[in-house]
Design a protein around this ligand. Sequence first.
Ligand code: ADP
Ligand code: GLC
Length: 481
Amino acid sequence: MKNVVFIASEAVPFIKTGGLADVVGSLPQCFDKRYFDVRVIMPKYNCMYQKYKDMLEYMTNFYMDYNGQSRYVGIFKVVHNGITFYFIDNEYYFSGESVYTSDMKWDLERFIFFSRAALSALPVIDFRPDIVHCHDWQTGAVPVYLHDSFHDGEFYRDMKSVITIHNLKFQGTWDVKTVEAFSGLSDYYFTSDKLEAYKDANILKGGIVYADAVTTVSPTYAEEIKTPFYGEKLDGLLRAREHDLRGILNGIDYDEYNPATDKFIFKNYDEKTFRKEKIKNKRALQEQLGLDNNDGAFMIGIVSRLTGQKGVDLISYVMDELCQEDVQIVVLGTGEDQYENMFRHFDWKYNNKVRANIYYSEELSHKIYAAADAFLMPSLFEPCGLSQLMALRYGTVPIVRETGGLKDTVEPYNEFENRGTGFSFKNYNAHEMLNAIRYARGIFVAKRRDWNKIIDRGMAADFSWHSSARQYQDMYDWLKP
Ligand code: ADP
Ligand code: GLC
């Protein structure tokens, strides 16, 4: 039996800001329980849904020296869907209104605290992992600590560490002095072959340097991040570690995201009944959002963080042109002001065609995955992307840019060979995107049988966790034979 602990800053169903939470919450359930005991440690945020806070059971507490003070570390626990989740409690650090703040220095202090507290908690909860698997910059200090201060303890000896990069853009950087103080790590670590990058301290870099294995969430992104364009200035390091770097594609929870049983959607359907039933979701959503009742309008869904990563610039650039056609554009997302306001503006300008829902809603997201004809995701970069997988599962045809996980999961339609599950374009160019949308709409309007076959193939594709969980298991076995 191998013990594995995930240390991460978010996990469904407890708290979610993006795909990281989906992965950390659903992947542990998919390991072979005969051979792997996988548990999760995350912070106990005050902003977690009340329903979940109420489920947590207090275990114990201890005090830990951190940044010159003795700090309280409470531990809570819950078993959810067969997986044990532990929560690190500290009101000073985790009582804010959001998971991440706009103050990087404060977030560094909070998450380095969390990383240290999570490792310190292991003997207290009496779980000795063979593998410590951390995720993104927030837990990048973990492999460094395992190499440094925790290395001497008998309990921690021989523990292997893995870091998964879900998004290389966020690295956790601040000046060396500050990070030295937070982390308690010595000067030795703050050189350019270790935690320092471009004169600053860089926590993700520390994780990549010291982890025994590095993964990212799609094979294409694993290649891309070794190049300057996608490498976010760490491409040199990633090239240096390429033998320990793997791209393992994300999956989604096929029980949670299942149009046949989904309680959020208006009308359930499956791969046999979608031809008749899926349209009922579209009609009901048009009704709910006050859009024209129009079966023929090509409904394009967008569920996304509204940031530069997601290609919102391209959409903004051609919205006027796109809205000249018989389309409906339903957006659900939050993010940068300029993008939120851009969609609000077009909602006002083309009020019978565009709906800007600028908030977070699990329920509406499912309704959009079920109702839309197509799902637009023209990302500038995309480590994996889960939204397009959800769209495929719901028979909603993805239109994507060929990058990262989008390239690995959406097969472009080929009308001559009758292949493909979606539409794609290559360059980060608004009119290339518009052409792909027009091409898709053309098939939707004029060749509905072919369109439905695209849906058949998309719904038959399997992006559940099975094969990816196996790849993680193989990696754990390789690290600790
Ligand atoms: P990222 O993690 O980069 O945001 P992913 O595609 O991996 O992108 O995951 C995004 C997840 O967040 C999906 O589950 C998507 O449905 C969800 N999501 C994004 N924005 C919203 C929103 N405003 N309301 C509800 N769910 C959202
Ligand atoms: C990040 C990436 C996204 C990926 C998710 C889960 O948020 O932006 O592409 O799907 O992590 O790994």
